[in-house]
Design a protein around this ligand. Structure first.
Ligand code: ZN
Length: 360
């Protein structure tokens, strides 16, 4: 791992190197990131316990629910998570709750993200770029770190994660990069947690394998998985528990936020206020993408920092008047340059943070 120089110093994130069999790899991650994992645990425990009346869920009840999901998630990623728990001095039950949080918090806050994928026709230097704002509970800004892993049977990867979550945002040595956007289907069920599905996509060797992993037949719900390869071919796969759709590539570039774009997927979408906010971000990101071409990492950083339609803007700031469960903010901006195999991360809000570069 080399850290490239950058004119403005951003907070340096912990980079955890991990290798070997899944459990051993997980243990290495858990040991190195133990304070961050413990901090997320304390935060989520407090969020759930303090919202018991609204969620009708205690931490103990969340553990029981998470175990049901976990019974569908055996295999190497469960081993990895078991190792993370061991290394961090936590229980597997605790980390299962973190990785099932989106399913367990059935009164979902308007968590949101914005993603853009650009093939070579759209960039100044013909680089292939993927840009993403990770919008989540604001407290998670303090538990960010990077994992550079060399699994035994999958391509090495470099990914951003936070707390005790399995990594899913990043790039791998097969030349794939992924980011995920939450979506809101009505057909969710007990099944393989979406965090495990997203983690498995990060281990794919090509777009076809990424698509088949994203469409795991036993998944509990789904994300939009936005995946791009070094040629600039884009896979945007919208999933729910029972349906999925692959979006047509819009001439080599694609934007996604948190509402379904495929007509068939829209039939099973819930329609809370949060999706209007998602449409505003989608329209704004699309406008900036089309009007601003050709793009560079710098222009994508400006898109990720855009404030139009605030508080429903692409760069999202914490709104502390909201109930803690309903608070959200951009906790990190990520730009992957697949032509250079580099990952650029701005912790916190990109309007006031700066990007630091990491290479595989
Ligand atoms: Zn901002």
């Amino acid at each position: 791992m080399t850290t490239l120089t950058h004119p403005t110093e951003a907070a340096e994130l912990l980079v955890v190197r991990a290798r070997g069999a899944p459990r051993e790899r997980g243990r290495q991650i858990g040991e190195a990131a133990a304070p961050l994992i413990q901090r997320m645990l304390a935060t989520y425990r407090e969020l759930i316990e303090s919202s018991q009346a609204r969620l009708k869920l205690s931490w103990a009840a969340a553990v029981i629910q998470a175990r049901k999901y976990a019974s569908y998630a055996a295999g190497r990623y469960m081993e990895e998570l078991t190792g993370m728990a061991d290394g961090a001095g936590a229980t597997l039950d605790d980390l299962l709750v973190l990785n099932c949080a989106e399913a367990l918090v059935s009164d979902p806050p308007p968590l949101k993200c914005t993603s853009l994928a650009l093939g070579p026709e759209w960039t100044e230097d013909r680089h292939v770029l993927l840009a993403h704002n990770e919008d989540w509970w604001p407290q998670d800004e303090h538990t960010l770190y990077l994992i550079h892993a060399e699994p035994e049977r999958e391509p090495p990867f470099l990914a951003l994660t936070y707390g005790g979550l399995l990594p899913c945002i990043g790039l791998n040595a097969a030349g794939l990069a992924q980011c995920c956007d939450s979506v809101y289907p009505t057909d969710s069920r007990v099944g393989v947690p979406r965090a495990f599905v997203a983690r498995s996509v990060l281990g794919a060797s090509d777009l076809a394998e990424a698509a088949s992993r994203a469409a795991h037949p036993d998944r509990e719900a789904g994300y939009n998985h936005l995946v791009i390869n070094q040629e600039g071919d884009i896979l945007s796969l919208e999933a729910s528990a029972l349906r999925h759709a692959v979006l047509p590539d819009q001439a080599g570039a694609l934007v996604h936020t948190n509402h379904y774009l495929d007509p068939g997927m829209r039939e099973i979408e819930t329609d809370p206020e949060g999706l209007t906010r998602s449409r505003l971000r989608y329209d704004r990101a699309s406008e900036l993408l089309y009007d601003g071409r050709p793009h560079s990492r710098a222009s994508l950083a400006r898109i990720l920092a855009d404030h139009q339609n605030s508080p429903s803007s692409i760069c999202s700031h914490p709104q502390e008047f909201r109930d803690p469960l309903d608070q959200y903010a951009t906790i990190a901006s990520v730009i992957v340059d697949l032509s250079e195999m580099t990952l650029h991360v701005a912790p916190g809000r990109p309007c006031s943070s700066s990007f630091r570069s990491y290479s595989m």
